[in-house]
Ligand binder design. Structure first.
Ligand SMILES: Cc1cc2nc3c(=O)[nH]c(=O)nc-3n(C[C@H](O)[C@H](O)[C@H](O)COP(=O)(O)OP(=O)(O)OC[C@H]3O[C@@H](n4cnc5c(N)ncnc54)[C@H](O)[C@@H]3O)c2cc1C
Length: 482
């Protein structure tokens, strides 16, 4: 539908005309994220500071136009997809690291800074920012806060919420507030904690104070190959059961290994049914001892091959494979649909069997690349959207996989969020009272349904009347959406 000329003029008066995008080509770029949901925005606005962001939010409220915050658009649940004909507020220009403070071990950054840039800026001080999503070269701190992002190295150190001390927020009402602060402890209710993981439905983070940690003196990376995913899953349970919490414990299955080797040639054993990538950290002595214990558990659980990265180059190469795995899936099929469920670690073997059975029942190929130590599954259904009926099969299989995770005592999402994609599953996990309470929290921040509508909570809550019509939200592959 596009934006009304008077809205565009008013937005341009706040941010400058060059920072309001309205052409069909530009709008198309903002119509999707990393999943298969798509919807066109009315227009895209790129504020240059906190005050402009607040003014834009207030202006859109006055015009009665919904908004969607957006970082890098790497999200995997449709959170930044402008469902509901919204104005997209991009943080692309809010991309400065304001301070690295080694004495207090914090970084103060704007939300459009990429995750990796924080660790790069902290490195000269011997510090790093712990949450490391595999998308860290591209994804933003604002997006990480909104999704409470995790990553391979979050097993031992915790996810985003454990590393964000304070956030400056433009609330959905257009007010500028600070949640938390620069210190470890903040008095009062933990509204910082409530904001982290709220999927861009409470406001826009405009500055963040991030905890930095000292880099461990030594790290050892171990690659263990197994005949199949079930055997590798037993080894995961055994490693943790033996009291070892590696810094990272990641798994890839046969299809993922095949895709990675074809694209990146990282030296994974091409015939393995599954590989585990484990990393342990500490002083040289501690890291070496932990590595031996991890290797011992892998061998005791039928590893076909166990090897340590000999040097930093080999270690980097093994991680290059893991972090590039999703992109490498393009070697298997033109499209992928990546799921994000959680199961208790002890149920991993059963969960993996069920994932395989569900994919097979729908005639689909699945590749698994995931944070095994956390029990956080990422089954990737690979497909070709040009084949008639494939979309429906993919979506049905996806829903069954998430249902299976819940049946095994797990959760709807580990780190990618509910977004647009999983909100219809929300009732599988939450009662009406839970949902009502979450909707009330939104209202406290001023979200009357027009701030990132149709996200996280089920249709009808925050989606308003838009839930009733199939308007702009449609699955990719359908001709209806753009
Ligand atoms: C190849 C690949 C690998 C990935 N690996 C991981 C992984 O290991 N771990 C993981 O957790 N995720 C992973 N992801 C998912 C994704 O990168 C994360 O969810 C990331 O946090 C999204 O950041 P973004 O800047 O791209 O946010 P976007 O996709 O732009 O937005 C995501 C959500 O955040 C909201 N948002 C964005 N900026 C702000 C802000 N400033 N204030 C308030 N709300 C905001 C949006 O409205 C939306 O709801 C991966 C994605 C890809 C494509």
């Amino acid at each position: 539908m596009g934006a009304a000329p008077e809205l565009v003029r008013a937005l341009a008066a706040i941010v400058g005309p060059e920072h309001v995008l309205t052409s069909p080509e530009e709008l198309f770029v903002y119509s999707f994220d990393g999943t298969i949901e798509r919807a066109l925005p009315r227009c895209v606005v790129l504020p240059g500071d906190t005050e402009q962001t607040a003014e834009v939010v207030r202006l859109c409220r006055r015009f009665g136009v919904p908004v969607t915050p957006r970082g890098a658009g790497t999200g995997l649940s449709g959170g930044a997809v402008p469902a509901g004909e919204t104005v997209v507020i991009s943080t692309a220009r809010l991309n400065r690291i304001l301070a690295i403070d080694p004495a207090n071990r914090v970084a103060i950054v704007q939300p459009g800074v990429t995750n990796l840039a924080v660790s790069e800026a902290a490195a000269p001080y011997g510090l790093f920012y712990a949450p490391d999503p595999s998308s860290q070269r591209a994804c933003t701190i604002g997006g990480n806060i909104a999704e409470n992002a995790g990553g391979p190295h979050c097993l031992a150190l915790g996810v985003t919420t454990n590393h964000v001390l304070g956030i400056e927020v433009v609330t959905a009402a257009g007010e500028i507030v600070w949640l938390g602060g620069r210190c470890d402890e903040s008095p009062g209710y933990d509204l910082r904690g409530a904001f982290i993981g709220s999927e861009g439905t409470l406001g826009i983070a405009t500055t963040a104070v991030l905890r930095l940690l000292p880099k461990p003196p030594a790290a050892v990376t171990i690659l263990a190959a197994f005949a199949d995913v079930a055997t590798a899953s037993q080894a995961v349970a055994a490693i943790i059961g033996a009291g070892i919490i590696p810094a990272a414990l990641e798994m890839m299955d046969r299809n993922a290994i095949r895709a990675v080797e074809a694209a990146l040639a990282c030296g994974y054993p091409p015939d393995a049914g599954a590989v585990l990538l484990a990393e342990v950290e500490g002083t040289e002595g501690v890291a070496a001892e932990l590595a031996s214990r991890v290797e011992e558990q892998c061998r005791a659980h039928d590893a076909l091959q166990v090897r340590r990265a000999r040097d930093a180059r080999e270690r980097e190469n093994l991680w290059r494979g893991r972090k590039g795995a999703i992109g490498a899936l393009g070697n298997l099929a033109p499209n992928y649909y990546i799921l994000d469920g959680v199961v208790p670690r002890s149920r991993l073997p059963e969960a993996m069997r069920r994932v395989e059975a569900i994919a097979a029942a729908h005639g689909l190929t699945v590749a698994n690349v995931f944070h095994a130590g956390d029990g956080n599954l990422h089954p990737c259904l690979v497909f070709d959207e040009r084949e008639p009926g494939t979309h429906e099969r993919v979506l049905r299989a996806g829903a069954e996989i998430i249902r299976a995770c819940l049946e095994l005592g797990g959760a709807l999402t580990g780190e990618h969020g509910v977004g647009l994609e999983k909100r219809e599953f929300f009732r599988w996990a939450f009662s009406d009272t839970d949902i009502e309470n979450m909707a009330r929290l939104r209202a406290v921040f001023g979200n009357d349904g027009a701030f990132n509508p149709c996200k996280a909570l089920p249709a009808g809550t925050g989606c308003g009347e838009m839930a009733q019509r199939p308007f702009a939200v449609a699955r990719a592959g359908s001709d209806a959406y753009i």
